[in-house]
Design a protein around this ligand. Structure first.
Ligand code: NAD
Length: 262
């Protein structure tokens, strides 16, 4: 452990939950939080991937556990809350990173893709926030980081439902942040808007567009600011927002995208 995480940000003694922790931005965030001293619960419906992330964290000398969770299952969130009440009885940090991309167009009707994108990207994050607040509200402190997207900032002719779902969660972030501040205490809720990031989800974009657009360089020109972000570059912002260093930051919607959404 070295650099930023070692001295400037200290999450020792904190319990952090990361959904979508089996892969990409979720995995990088889980590792960053653990490197800063948090005990991380890695959540994903990909149980093997979540366990692998926890193994990586323990291999780095950090503390982590993994648990299967389908974020669209509200009952499973309640069961997770009951388990946490028995285990730690606290949640200091929640990162909602589980997400799915869907390729669709408004003129196609898109009822299936719309429901799938909203179920995971919106419902999943809302269930997570409600469950975390069950612990954060009585404690009067906590940090929630929702992973939205630069796709929330403007229209997208190929991923209409995805962009709308990410705009919805950014807006719910603002409302949740206000609710928490007005209730008193120190609970902060923020959203990170990654630009195109080199993960399994990006691979789906490559698969969908490389042929149509004329190759990888053209796909990157359309979807990324020259190059995709590495997941760790997004995780750095997640780590900051999860920490006390971001003590006056709440209700903020923060792009990490090298001007991609500008
Ligand atoms: N990769 C990008 O270019 C990019 C850009 C902007 C925003 N994002 C957002 O970042 C977040 C992480 O995506 P990523 O790029 O790391 O993709 P990823 O595919 O690598 O990771 C997504 C993770 O979410 C998990 N997941 C999906 N549905 C789930 C469910 N119902 N329950 C539990 N887990 C579920 C997957 O198993 C996977 O581990 C997503 O919310 C995504 O929308 C990604």
């Amino acid at each position: 452990m070295s650099g930023l995480a070692e001295g400037w940000i200290d999450l020792s003694g904190r319990i952090a939950l990361v959904t979508g922790g089996a892969s990409g931005i979720g995995r990088a965030s889980a590792r960053a939080l653990a490197a800063a001293g948090a005990t991380v619960l890695v959540l994903d419906f990909n149980e093997a991937g979540a366990a692998e992330t926890a193994d990586l964290i323990r291999g780095d000398g950090g503390a982590a556990m993994a648990r299967a969770l389908d974020v669209i299952d509200e009952t499973a969130w309640t069961a997770l809350g009951d388990w946490i009440a028995e285990t730690w009885d606290r949640i200091d940090v929640l990162v909602n990173s589980a997400g799915v991309a869907r390729f669709d167009r408004v003129e196609e009707g898109m009822s299936k893709t719309y429901r799938e994108a909203f179920a995971v990207n919106v419902d999943g994050s809302l269930f997570g926030m409600a469950m975390a607040l069950r612990f954060m509200r009585p404690a009067g402190k906590g940090a929630i980081v929702n992973i939205s997207s630069t796709a929330s900032l403007k229209g997208n002719p190929a991923m209409a439902s995805y962009g709308a779902s990410k705009a919805a969660i950014a807006h719910f972030t603002r409302s949740a942040a206000l609710e928490c501040m007005r209730a008193g205490g120190d609970i902060r809720v923020n959203a990170v808007l990654p630009g195109f990031t080199d993960t399994a989800m990006a691979q789906a974009v490559y698969d969908q567009f490389d042929d149509k657009l004329g190759g990888r360089d053209k796909t990157l020109a359309v979807f990324a600011a020259g190059r995709p972000a590495q997941p760790e570059e997004i995780a750095n912002m997640v780590l900051f927002l999860a920490s006390d260093r971001a003590g006056f930051v709440s209700g903020s919607i923060i792009s990490v995208d090298r001007a991609q959404g500008a």
